[in-house]
Ligand binder design. Structure first.
Ligand code: DX5
Ligand code: ZN
Length: 220
């Protein structure tokens, strides 16, 4: 079985010491940088935009996984590719022509991801799953870090894993929101491949050790 990945969410970093926190991720056992872009319309919060991502990309030495919580994401696919995104995830709820959006992301050389809000059933991806490189299951309502994990996520991950197998797809499953050492193992056992963790990593006393511990649990 391939190694399970840890993706610290930079939303929880100390922006006054952004370079330091990026270097922490570079030097840790983390696999990806998870970058949350919020527009204040799709979600009730605004995070940061292109200049900040450009700075992150300048120092980041690992895969850059961008999670767009914005309406009409098609407008910015090329921009995010030019800024150095390796994975670009759009929300199912924000895309009228999801299939077209996925092809446009791949045409820019990025992996194409689709995020599902907690209320969105995985079945909506049935006809497009083979075109998706990554499904991001939101285990909190998007918009803020530090929220508590929604327990229904476990069943959702299992159902998605079944769909992926049934369709012969090679889609990876990412979990985003409220991930800690308490739920990591259960999520991986249910079928998760990538665990995003913001507050759990950045608000801990020893971030390097926290990442190491989470990586070990996810691969135990
Ligand atoms: C929420 C974001 C998450 C968030 C996770 O809208 O998509 O990536 O940063 O933060 P924690 O791990 O603190 O729930
Ligand atoms: Zn996210």
């Amino acid at each position: 079985m391939s190694s399970k990945l840890i993706a610290p969410s930079v939303l929880a970093a100390d922006f006054a010491n952004l370079q330091r926190d990026i270097e922490m991720v570079n030097n840790s056992k983390a696999d990806w940088f998870h970058i949350d872009i919020m527009d204040g319309v799709f979600v009730p919060n605004i995070s940061f935009g292109m200049p900040v991502l450009q700075t992150i990309a300048k120092y980041a030495k690992k895969t850059i996984d961008v999670h767009l919580m914005i309406v009409d994401p098609d407008r910015y696919i090329k921009t995010f590719s030019d800024l150095g995104s390796d994975v670009l995830t759009v929300h199912y709820e924000a895309c009228t022509h999801l299939h077209r959006t996925l092809q446009a992301i791949k045409a820019e050389g990025m992996k194409a991801g689709v995020a599902l809000n907690p209320h969105t059933n995985i079945n909506v991806l049935e006809d497009v799953i083979k075109d998706i490189d990554l499904v991001c299951i939101m285990s909190v309502n998007p918009g803020f870090g530090g929220q508590s994990f929604i327990e229904n996520t476990y069943d959702k991950v299992k159902a998605l894993k079944e769909l992926i197998i049934r369709k012969g797809a090679s889609t990876q499953i990412e979990i985003d929101g409220g991930v800690t050492n308490k739920n990591a193992k259960t999520l991986v056992d249910a079928g998760a491949d990538i665990l995003v963790a913001g507050s759990y990593v950045f608000k801990s006393d020893n971030q390097i050790e926290t990442v190491k511990g989470l990586k070990a649990i996810a691969n135990s």
